[in-house]
Design a binder for this molecule. Structure first.
Ligand code: ADP
Ligand code: MG
Length: 163
């Protein structure tokens, strides 16, 4: 678990919940991402952790497609741009890939402050250092030979009807 996620757990332990999901296929990952997309509100942050190829971008893509209502919306990995935004009728979704971030100070050039009003999906949240948000849903993806295990830790409202 990234250090920032550990501190989230400490800061809000009493209101936290967690669940673990085994997802055999990318379609199952997409279904979980879609459920969470429907529950996300302005100001929400999802921290997507896991090794290269775990499925962080696949999760983010499915989340954005579901929230936009457009299953064919193009959602490229922001590996080189570091951030990609999606202006939906009701909200802007900001998709960050911070692998190449030089330091937390560089976040200000990536619309980090403006993004707080929208929904933020953050790959490689370890890079945030002390800029890690106090409240977030931690999504930790672990690959294994039979699929992916996804562990969610966050406020209880994320888990209503979760399966
Ligand atoms: N259950 C699964 N959930 C998510 N991705 C999966 C799953 N099974 C296989 N994959 C594949 O794993 C790869 C994940 O790549 P990507 O999302 O770019 O990873 P990351 O962003 O974590 O580096 C994709 O090729 C995807 O099709
Ligand atoms: Mg990625």
């Amino acid at each position: 678990m990234p250090q920032c996620c550990a501190s989230i757990k400490l800061m809000a332990q009493s209101r936290m919940a967690e669940s673990t999901h085994f997802l055999a296929t990318e379609a199952e990952t997409a279904a979980l991402a879609g459920k969470l997309a429907a529950r996300a509100r302005p100001g929400d942050v999802l921290l997507l952790s896991g090794p290269l190829g775990a499925g962080k971008s696949a999760f983010a893509r499915a989340f954005i497609q579901a929230r936009s209502g457009n299953p064919t919306l193009e959602v490229p990995s922001p590996t080189f741009t570091l951030v990609q935004s999606y202006e939906l009728p009701d909200i802007i979704i900001w998709h960050y890939d911070l692998w190449r971030l030089t330091g937390p100070d560089a976040l200000h050039e990536l619309a980090w402050d403006e993004a707080q009003a929208g929904i933020m999906l953050v790959e490689w949240p370890e890079r945030l250092g002390n800029m890690c948000p106090a409240q977030a849903l931690a999504v930790t993806i672990s690959p294994n030979p039979a699929g992916r295990e996804i562990r969610l830790i966050g406020e209880q409202r994320w888990f209503l009807d979760a399966s």
